[in-house]
Design a protein. Structure first.
Length: 132
């Protein structure tokens, strides 16, 4: 298995260097060397979103399978996994559920809350403040 793994990794690098599409390389590694889809993606050293997209679109992996792979094998943080799953095209509700399962029920996505503009404030003892 180690020899096959080494050859598969070399093949992945070669085909990347000559400009082959990552999804095509991953399929070739699975079909030719018997690699798992997850190993094939790992050999390609892809970013989280591209890895998620290949696992979803090429190999039909579920959001939970991909999320666990990104966390456990890729070592990605919760926000990176969230972004990758969304970027790969999984539905928002599915991503939310998977994130809670993988990172714990307390996981909440980061939400930017815009602060209102305050034209002026009257503060006792300080006085009047404009355009804060």
């Amino acid at each position: 298995k180690q020899n096959v793994t080494a050859v598969a990794q070399e093949a992945a690098k070669f085909f990347q260097d000559v400009g082959a599409q990552s999804a095509d390389i991953a399929k070739g590694l699975v079909n030719t060397f018997g690699s798992t889809a997850e190993d094939a993606v790992k050999y390609l050293n892809l970013g989280a979103t591209e890895a998620a997209a290949i696992l979803k679109n090429t190999f039909g992996r579920s959001a939970e399978q991909v999320g666990k792979y990104l966390k456990d094998v890729g070592g990605y943080t919760d926000s990176a996994v969230n972004t990758a799953l969304s970027g790969a095209g999984y539905a928002a509700g599915e991503v939310k559920d998977v994130m809670g399962t993988i990172f714990g029920g307390s996981w909440l996505p980061h939400v930017d809350i815009p602060l209102p503009h305050i034209d002026h404030v009257d503060v006792p003892l300080i006085g009047h403040i404009d355009d804060y």
